[in-house]
Ligand binder design. Structure first.
Ligand code: UD1
Length: 370
């Protein structure tokens, strides 16, 4: 059976992808540096990583580790990445190194030993603000909100006449607007893989993940996704800290749906395309804070709306998944409610070190939260 290398395969999405690939009959090898921010200082093989997955501990920026990991591999799923939007705005060299240099090293190795398929994790972050509809019914790509507007606590996206723009699903055709170092890194990863894949005859696809949630997301990492950060707060009986007014909208897609999308992409005959992987449903950050508190039995803890904003954050973005449905056969199967119930069950016996306040302090100190 074909062997797949998953870079970053010991992480949240990677470990679920490993499960899906093993179930589908693939052999799975993982290259992962077991970064302390995600895996803790012990940097041990995570217990949730499937026994059947072979783990090579090494860094994607290390050509020797990458060459070794690629031996005998037929397909590659490239997930290794540093993923915090806020952190990327000050840890710039580390982010460029892990995300762009890491991808470059992988691609140089692949240029010498091409594989049949390469699938790279891109992100909805590359869109910047999602698509909107103006008052006269046209689709518009909003500009970033000016700092002067944010300073006034005026959070919504506005058209030229000051009218509020209504967010609509964002398709793959929207022009990227890169508003954080992380977004820039993800766009670079996506383009580098597509360009190199084409040049060396490696059938390559990029998946633009929206906000992925589910079990195994690192709870003690203050730069992880918002649901895991809120979970760590609630587990410690503290209120989730909500930026802006909490009405910013995102698209939460379950990690098993994302893992299935990875499998579909690895099995697909398509090449050179990009696909949105989301649920297609918008949810406000405040509503997900309330939903999570409820399913965790902590409905008495109300979210704290800070009225602060984080540099690099966008207001709204949710996916148009028609193209991935039609071309890739992708259809989300886990509802938000079921995914959240499952997460609550998992969280019940987890211990989380809540470092959200320190992380926000760090951003405040650097003027990246105001
Ligand atoms: C997230 C992922 C990114 C992924 C992208 C795809 C992380 C760290 N980021 O970025 O890797 O590519 O989704 O969609 O996993 N918020 C709060 N309080 C908090 C933390 C966040 O209110 O304590 C707000 C943010 O201001 C933002 C929203 O929640 O408005 C989402 O933040 P976050 O989970 O960091 O996601 P993205 O920036 O969308």
């Amino acid at each position: 059976m074909a062997r797949v290398l998953i870079t970053g395969g010991a992480g949240f999405i990677g470990s679920h992808a490993a499960d899906a690939l093993l179930d589908a009959g693939y052999e799975v090898r993982v290259l992962d540096n077991l970064h302390a921010q995600v895996h803790g200082n012990g940097r041990l093989r995570p217990p949730y990583l499937a026994d059947g997955a072979e783990l090579i501990v090494g860094d994607v920026t290390d050509p020797v580790a990458v060459e070794r990991a690629l031996r005998g591999v037929d397909k590659v799923l490239h997930l290794a990445s540093a993923v915090g939007v806020g952190q990327s705005m000050y840890d710039i060299a580390s982010y460029v190194r892990a995300n762009e240099l890491g991808t470059a090293v992988l691609l140089e190795a692949l240029s010498k030993h091409p594989v049949a398929k390469l699938v790279v994790a891109s992100s909805m972050s590359i869109y910047g603000e999602g698509l909107c509809r103006s008052a006269d019914g046209r689709s518009v790509s909003p500009d970033e909100r000016p700092v002067s507007q944010l300073r006034n606590g005026d959070w919504e996206l506005r058209g030229p006449g000051g009218e509020v723009l209504e967010p609509i699903p964002t398709p793959e055709t929207k022009q990227p607007t890169l508003s954080s170092i992380y977004a820039l890194n993800k766009y670079a990863q996506e383009r580098m893989c597509l360009i190199t894949g084409k040049a060396y005859g490696i059938s390559t696809l990029a998946l633009r993940f929206f906000n992925v949630f589910g079990t195994r997301q690192a709870l003690s990492n203050p730069y992880t996704g918002v649901l895991a950060i809120f979970a760590a707060r609630l587990l410690n009986e503290r209120p989730p800290l909500v930026f802006e007014d909490g009405r910013q909208r995102r698209d939460f897609v379950h990690v098993r749906d994302v893992a299935r999308a990875c499998l579909l992409a690895l099995d697909s005959e398509l090449a050179g395309e990009v696909f949105n992987i989301g649920s297609g449903q918008p949810r406000s950050i405040l509503s997900i804070a309330q939903d999570l508190a409820r399913v965790m039995g902590r409905a008495r803890i109300s979210a704290e709306i800070t009225g602060k904003y984080r540099a690099g954050d966008i207001r709204h973005c949710f996916a148009d998944i028609e193209t991935s449905r039609a071309r890739l056969g992708f259809a989300p199967q886990v509802s938000f409610e079921d995914g959240l119930d499952e997460l609550a069950g998992y969280l019940a016996d987890q211990i989380a070190e809540d470092r959200a306040e320190q992380a926000t302090e760090e951003l405040l100190r650097r003027g990246l939260v105001a």
